[in-house]
Design a binder for this molecule. Sequence first.
Ligand code: 3PG
Ligand code: MG
Length: 396
Amino acid sequence: MSWKSLDEKDLAGKVVLTRVDINVPVENGRVTDATRIQRIVPTVKDILAKGGKPVLLAHFDRPKGKVVPAMSLRQIVPALEKALGQKVKFAEDCIGGPAKRAVADLEPGQVLLLENTRFHPGEEQNDPAFSAALAALGDVYVNDAFSAAHRAHASTEGIARLLPSAAGRLMAAELKALDAALGNPERPVVAVVGGAKVSTKLDLLGNLVAKVDHLVIGGGMANTFLAAQGVEVGKSLAERDMAPTALEILAKAQAAGCVVHLPLDVVVAREFKAGAASETLPANACPTDAMILDAGPETVATIAKVFETCRTLIWNGPLGAFEIPPFDAATMAAAARAAELTEAGTLVSVAGGGDTVAALNAAHLADRFSYVSTAGGAFLEWMEGKELPGVAALMA
Ligand code: 3PG
Ligand code: MG
């Protein structure tokens, strides 16, 4: 993979339209997780250091082509200023008069954020006229929003065709890490896929079994696989109608030489609440009135052994109901082992997806992985083997 890099660009005196993803969680007007904002700082600083004028393009939430005041990017300005350590100017529209005036007023060293691109229907429609209106504001386009690159929108795809373009620092780091995990990985490769449903991760499982040496299946979707094999899963979350699909995935894995690891033992409870009474049983011994909420210690030991024999790990989705302790135990223990092996230099570990990153952050393990992606949906589509339009537009 080779993409157009920021290093090759002369930015002195240029207006640099910089697509960022600052679609961060906000509660009562306050940003509750600023990770995505922190991760764009190197790109913005780099543009400033090269004498460029960064003009940030971004979406926030899903206003569907209309102005929704509660989805204004203005509320993100304080968090952005904190992360950058400087004032950030704001324009109340991302095209037209307000945007043009704000860009014209921008002095060297200053940063400008434009209002939510999704306030215009042309953004999601990838309308050429809207792309042209964005492009008219600047001289160069930099895309640092890997986590929005699965969207073929005007600010992620259309505009890249109209201006000299480059990948920002975060975009380049994401592409490098993901290529090392699944594009050109050191083998053996293990993938951990968890989460609630097989139905949302079908393409992903299908793509992975053809590419990785070991596939660890956890979370609710493991129950679907167990049930498909005729194992009693009681009241567990399971998609019984997905049984034929689950069996097909297992057959495909076998044909490809991919070893699939399902839970050997499970933690079951009668209630789904924090601290609920639980017991650990063999995976085939779930009582009919109980539900499986986590993988057990024998499963974790097996996963740890797989990690020890592998050189590369790619992780998406928790092994159990990690948001409710003690059902986070398997996810935390396996992730901790991955972190140790990463630090020992025997494993390259890459994780992504909303839940996964939340789990690793909660366990203070994110920093100890080789790379944790900022992407949710884009990470999944990339794991599915799909081309991301925002990335394709940056290829050299
Ligand atoms: C995300 O939050 O995953 C990205 O910002 C993309 O947002 P979207 O799913 O609304 O396109
Ligand atoms: Mg989202």
